[in-house]
Design a protein around this ligand. Sequence first.
Ligand SMILES: NC(=O)c1ccc[n+]([C@@H]2O[C@H](COP(=O)([O-])OP(=O)(O)OC[C@H]3O[C@@H](n4cnc5c(N)ncnc54)[C@H](O)[C@@H]3O)[C@@H](O)[C@H]2O)c1
Length: 452
Amino acid sequence: MNLILKKTLDDVLSKNCVIQVFGLGYIGFPLLVKLCTNGFHVLGIDNDSKKIERIQNGELLESESHLKEIVLKSIHSGELVVDIQSAKSEKPRIAMICVPTPIPTKSIQSDIFVKDAVKAFLEMAKKGDVIILESSIEVGTTQKIKSMIESMGYKEGEDIGLCFCPERIDPQNKKWNLENIPRVIYCSDDLSFKIAKEIYQYINNSNLLRVKSAEIAEVVKSFENAFRLVNISLVNELAILCDKLGINVRDVLDAAATKPFGFLPFYPGAGAGGHCIPKDPRFLLESAKKLGLEFKTLENALSINIQMPKYVVDSIESLLIEKKLKKSVIICGLSYKPDIEDMRDSPGFKIYNELTERGFQVALYDPFFKNELSQKYVIENNIKDPDFKILPNLSDDSISSYDCLCIVQHHSKLKDRLNEIYKNSKIPIIYDCQGNLRFDPSSNSTLKILGG
Ligand SMILES: NC(=O)c1ccc[n+]([C@@H]2O[C@H](COP(=O)([O-])OP(=O)(O)OC[C@H]3O[C@@H](n4cnc5c(N)ncnc54)[C@H](O)[C@@H]3O)[C@@H](O)[C@H]2O)c1
């Protein structure tokens, strides 16, 4: 019996430990709050000092607003502590690493932030501490973390436990959330698994499937999102075909979805964005490349995903020329999915880049857009012309000088106004990438739906 990690397990069972969550973003912050409200002694760490200040002041993002009351109470009582750096403790420290993992390029490796966070944790580590990686990582990253642990003179799985439990959350999914999504986990040893099980009891009722190796867990995570990307690209190409055939892709999908087995409906849009679906499949591509292999399905899916905003712009341009209207477009919906403020790698901004390159007059609108984050959006979306015009709203006045409204994301809070704009013919053309508007013969606006 390993007495070091056994002692940690006993301490975790009596909550005599400190859980340090690294990275207080979409993944780490709700996790921190959950553990704190379940009686764990927690420390949230983020190297963005503005974020720390914002949390300390109880200013939460819209998607975090359901946590506001509990966060304010816990900060006030001193139970929820956030800081820009880790801290030592005599109690066992459990690191939960939730930092970003960027697409690898020549100048940046996907594990750069994970390694930074682990390094900061290890600098204050002692025997009995445990590291749980939650970030989505490339194959081989857990092994690198093991090497970091061992280079500090500790034995992985004996002195320090190591687990990889990738987060699977789908923000705004009403049915599946932090509490009920089962998780896959790799653990260096049985005691670390017992420790993880005890902690995840308060997260997802310990609904954990332990896999045999870190590599299996790493491939599982990337493959899940590769599966989604491939299917999204498949349905987007089908939408393009249906456009040309003059049939509605949704009629096809609804009919196909009546097959009770072997079919899973995905719906068309301007392309997958965000920090997961277009990124994680690239991790598998990297692995294949390192082994001298190709992964053509993924290469195709990624290239179709990149082409979708261009296809949307081509369609809009043809419509405007056909109707002899001006090259002026409002892009509505800049986040990567509805009802969220996350604007990373967003198809709306890709459409913006394409339209401005083609000399269109373009305005942007998103109720979640924050002026103070403009620079962040520019970097995250590789925006070529950063002097974008943001509309304050979709009022009659705001939209009056544009000939086309391109709806990229249907945020729930815009539902009534978008229906009204169409019904009351407030703009000559509406291009709906998600196909949520219903055709209304009484409207004088032309409604064009991607794939229909
Ligand atoms: N957002 C999702 O829906 C989602 C879903 C599943 C998995 N994931 C994965 O979870 C991980 C985190 O994603 P996210 O969306 O929460 O990212 P995020 O950008 O919202 O948050 C990450 C935070 O980590 C901080 N950070 C960076 N380096 C740090 C360091 N060395 N120490 C402490 N803090 C540091 C950043 O300042 C940022 O606040 C990624 O690997 C992502 O792929 C995300």
